[in-house]
Write a protein that binds this ligand. Structure first.
Ligand code: AHR
Length: 497
């Protein structure tokens, strides 16, 4: 067994858009209440935001955060979340069947996003509402002043506009579970008309239209094709969502699921370009993979949750080591599509299917998946290089010819750094690798970080970080050839400077 990889500074895919390392906070479970926001917690700041959580989010270097939903946005009245807190209504939150107190709303979230150094990707409600609510919200957030909604914002203590640049036209409108679910035709029309009105309010914004909630949806890819055809001139991005799981406890098959993501991305690119050709357009639609993660561990527990409570522990997946490996492969998949995938959001960020967990009134801690996400976000900024990879392969239940090795690499010209991301999916054997780096003359090996565990099902807890990065000291760089030993079942980050 042996793998080889060639990287050349001239074999470039594209500049990585930092926003592929985005994430998502929905008003769901304990993401907001008891997650990012917990007044009374010893770590709470003057606005009630937990400083310990802010620090963990900053470690991930998250550039953009989608908000406020998710399914929740499709029945959300954004006006409920502005103005004096004591006057805000409590509402039945229909998507997750909880009580929404509206203590946190648009302005508070924008404040929090600033604290963590992220932009906001705001979603509008195209389920129960439409053009009017969307254009009013945009006027509230982005118009400088002198009009009803912008002056209302100023009266709420926000003199300057928030200038939110990126907007999602609804959420998963293809899904029958979505409140106000729409056929592709219905959605394409409302997306176009809402987008048109929003760009009249602020022509500098960028719009993301819903695509499919997963590549398994029966309406995929026709939903994309129809939506794009009806709203092509208004939209800039089409959204993709997909969650992965290991329900049948078949790890080799589970670890191959980045191939599903790869296929999904390629199919959406093809659909976008078909409509581009059909419309004789010069504009190229970009992809926003704005919900992705492993999600299945908490499915049964969620069925036991009583409706109509505040911030119940919904969607609290406890991630294990093999989940972290797949997350690594999914991140590599984004790098390999850096020319078209310009935004992505790990769903979600805190407590709800999340890399960061909190205890109510207690500690916060890092799940296994925190680490590959952090490594990619921190070191994966620059130009994505085309990996010329030769890897032994395996077959699994659903996939054939699965490379044991996944490889992605980023060249940061400014900092004169190269970072190579590798997953070894072989569960029994280490993989020797030769990496040809001869075009990077004068570069030296800084470190080889690895995430390994003898137990694929190992999880982290508040008390014990069973899965955490360590150094692999076996790699050597000699004459431009890096020889590495990738431990069995491992996530690897090889840094050169
Ligand atoms: O992220 C959890 C949920 O998954 C979101 O609310 C929804 O958009 C998707 O189905």
């Amino acid at each position: 067994l042996k793998a080889t990889l060639t990287l050349d500074k001239n074999y470039q895919i594209d500049k990585v858009d930092d926003r592929i390392y985005g994430s998502f906070i929905e008003h769901l479970g304990r993401a907001v209440y008891g997650g990012i926001y917990e007044p009374g917690h010893p770590e709470a700041d003057e606005q009630g935001f937990r400083k310990d959580v802010i620090e963990l989010v900053k470690e991930l270097n998250v550039p953009i955060i989608r908000y406020p939903g998710g399914n929740m946005v499709s029945a959300y009245n954004w006006e409920d979340g502005i103005g004096p807190k004591e006057e805000r209504p409590r509402r039945l939150e229909l998507a997750w069947r909880t009580i929404e107190t509206n203590e946190v709303g648009t302005n508070e979230f924008v404040d929090w996003a600033k604290k963590v150094g992220a932009e906001v990707m705001m979603a509008v409600n195209l389920g129960t509402r439409g053009i009017d609510a969307a254009r009013n919200l945009l006027e509230y957030t982005n118009h400088p002043g002198g009009t009803y909604w912008s002056d209302l914002r100023r009266s709420h203590g926000y003199e300057e506009p928030h200038n939110i640049k990126t907007w999602c036209l609804g959420n998963e409108m293809d899904g029958p579970w979505q409140i106000g679910h729409k056929t592709a035709y219905e959605y394409g029309r409302i997306a176009n008309e809402t987008g048109k009105a929003m760009k009249l309010v602020d022509p500098t914004i960028e719009l993301v239209a819903c695509g499919s909630s997963s590549s398994e949806m029966p309406t995929f890819p026709e939903y994309e094709a129809t939506t794009l055809d009806l709203a092509y001139d208004q939209i800039d991005y089409i959204s993709l969502h997909q969650y992965y799981g290991n329900r049948s406890n078949d790890t080799p098959n589970f670890l191959a699921k980045n191939l599903t993501m790869d296929h999904f991305i390629k199919s959406v690119i093809a659909t976008c370009d078909y409509i581009k050709a059909k419309r004789r357009s010069k504009k190229t639609i970009k992809l926003s993979f704005d919900e992705w993660n492993v999600w299945y561990h908490s499915n049964d527990a969620d069925k036991q949750i009583e409706p109509w409570t505040i911030a119940p522990p919904q969607l609290e997946d406890h991630y294990n080591f093999e989940d972290a490996l797949l997350i690594g492969s999914l991140l590599i998949t984004f790098l390999k599509h850096a020319d078209r995938v310009k935004m992505a959001a790990m769903a979600q960020l805190v407590n709800v299917i999340a890399p960061i967990m909190t205890e109510n009134e207690g500690r916060s801690w890092k799940q296994t998946i925190f680490y590959p996400y952090m490594h990619a976000s921190v070191y994966g900024r620059g130009i994505s290089l085309k990996p010329i990879l030769s890897s032994p392969k395996y077959d699994s239940r659903e996939f054939t010819d699965v490379p044991y090795i996944d490889a992605g690499a980023v060249y940061n010209e400014e900092n004169e750094e190269v970072t190579i991301f590798l997953v070894n999916k072989h569960l029994e054997s280490a993989m020797p690798m030769d990496i040809d780096l001869r075009s990077f003359e004068g570069y030296e090996l800084v470190e080889h970080i690895e995430l390994v565990s003898d137990d694929l099902k190992a999880v982290n807890t508040a008390d014990h970080q069973a899965v955490a990065p360590q150094q692999n000291t076996h790699s050597k760089l000699d004459g431009g050839i890096l020889t590495a030993h990738l431990s069995k079942a491992s996530w690897n980050v090889i840094r050169l400077r």
